[in-house]
Design a protein around this ligand. Sequence first.
Ligand code: SF4
Length: 260
Amino acid sequence: MLHVNPARVSLAALAAAHAATMAAPAPAVLFTPISRNAKTGPIPVSTTDRGSCPSACPFQGSGCYADAGPLGYLWSSMTSAGPNGTAKNGRGKLYTTDWAGYCASVAALPEGQLWRANQAGDLPHVGGRIYAPMLEALVAANDGKRGFTYTHHVPGLGDNAELIRAANAAGFTINLSGNNPAHADTLADLGIAPVVTVLPAGQLENTATPAGRKIVVCPAVVRDGVSCATCGLCARLRDVIVGFPAHGASKRKADAIAAA
Ligand code: SF4
């Protein structure tokens, strides 16, 4: 079982340091109390605007699963609305919030609630450095809940590794997103967080990384009737790597990165 060392964490100290030296980003967030996404199932999910994604992510504009279809449309709409904005969403409207409003919604969730941060988007950052005050607020709001998310932020940049470690130790599960199984090995070697990876589109059986770590294909992809609401694997601190076969409208581009 992955053990994240709580002794090395100091979210509050990093938050104070960032607040003193960095200009705060102002992302728009859409909080959906009950998702209608079949893969997540009916759990709360959030979406953070496109600016939250790091430029280091190789899928940005090139194979990102969230770029196309209804999710891509929603992501673009909420991004253009800005924080505390309104935008068209199909025949209806969507209403975004700012970070404080988002954290208030998370804090109001029932004890033990499983929820997913960022069905699209990533953690707010400044030039690729995760902005600690916002992460600290979200981790505090998640206290007693079972929030989980994924990040493509580079662990080696700024305080990212320590922040990711600290959030995991405090109960908000941040999975490191591998571009392919070899990259997943590199991320797992850090020992700061659970890891997921993109897999080639045809890889629907459990497999292993080059270093021999077990990869479990996301059961929502290969089994009917399974969703995050019934699975919850990504919310757990674990050694096993979760694999997502490349999918979405840009599957071919993602497939090329996953097979590298
Ligand atoms: S492994 Fe489970 S929790 Fe993770 S994305 Fe798949 S269904 Fe959701």
